[in-house]
Design a protein around this ligand. Structure first.
Ligand SMILES: C[S@@+](CC[C@H](N)C(=O)[O-])C[C@H]1O[C@@H](n2cnc3c(N)ncnc32)[C@H](O)[C@@H]1O
Length: 254
């Protein structure tokens, strides 16, 4: 049994139910999963046994596996696990591990997959080693845009954020992995993140909170201007904000 303090530490990046719901809904409007799955199609055949780490709501598990495939997912957020069951449960042989990337389940998988998880910043070499021990082929999807990546819509608020001049995360990741762990392929793909808000005012409230949490500063007037510039009316009511993104898809073959 793990000491409670360690378990707590490992779970520090786990999302709240509200964040999970909003992220999942935003993916339904975004071009992210389609763009990554299309880019991988020439290189990675639909998998029979996939390990998906930080699996979120299971969209990648569905896009990258065959019909009767075994899908093992590591997902510490309860709200995401409920979404996983709803999306993947009936369609694949699904196992869900309520754990974190630091404690991967044993097993052998033809595809190991991890997209947009905090492990890339915290311990890329450790994640690489434990996935390598279990997976024949590995794919990581890592933010590749220049500038801020502190929250999903941070690209719209660059001018107000301290990380506005940051280099793309994947370059730092490749440097930290070093030549011994160099991927066989690095594919770059552009896509758009789209999030819906009940009104422009609720978009302003959310933006103000995210900018502050990322250590940035913006006056109420600046946030209003930013939202007015980017908000588009949604067919279902409310508004959407769309942010251009880029991902690096790192592929390791055995
Ligand atoms: C940005 S989402 C990415 C979800 C999905 N992979 C995607 O690309 O859409 C990050 C996911 O990692 C999960 N997560 C948080 N901490 C984690 C940890 N320590 N180990 C594994 N997953 C974690 C979150 O619950 C969330 O589902």
């Amino acid at each position: 049994m793990l000491p409670t303090v360690l378990t707590h530490l490992w779970r520090r990046n786990v999302w709240s139910d509200a964040d999970a719901g909003a992220y999942s809904a935003a993916l339904g409007r975004s071009t992210y999963v389609r763009s990554i799955a299309n880019a991988l199609a020439p290189y990675v055949r639909p998998s029979r046994a996939m390990l998906d780490i930080g699996a979120g709501d299971g969209r990648f598990a569905m896009a990258l596996t065959r019909r009767r495939a075994e899908v093992a997912t590591v997902e510490p957020c309860a709200a995401m696990r409920r979404r996983l069951v709803a999306r993947v449960g009936g369609a694949r042989r699904l196992r869900i591990y309520d754990t974190t990337w630091e404690q991967l389940p044993d097993g052998r998988f033809d595809l190991g997959f991890a997209a947009n998880i905090a492990a890339f910043k915290i311990d890329p070499a450790g994640l690489h080693a434990s996935m390598r021990a279990r997976c024949r082929r590995m794919v990581w999807v890592v933010p590749a845009q220049q500038g801020p990546s502190s929250f999903c819509l941070s690209g719209l608020a660059s001018a107000h954020l301290p990380d506005r001049t940051s280099a793309p995360l994947y370059l730092d990741l490749l440097r930290r992995l070093g030549p011994r762990r160099k991927p066989a392929r690095v594919l770059l793909r552009a896509w758009t993140f789209v999030r819906h808000f009940a009104s422009a005012t609720s978009a302003e409230v959310a933006m103000t909170g995210w900018i502050a949490a990322a250590g940035g500063t913006a006056s109420p007037g600046e946030v209003t201007k930013l939202v007015a510039e980017h908000a588009r009316p949604a067919a279902s009511g409310g508004v959407t904000l769309a942010c251009p993104k880029s991902s690096a898809i790192l592929v390791w073959d055995r």
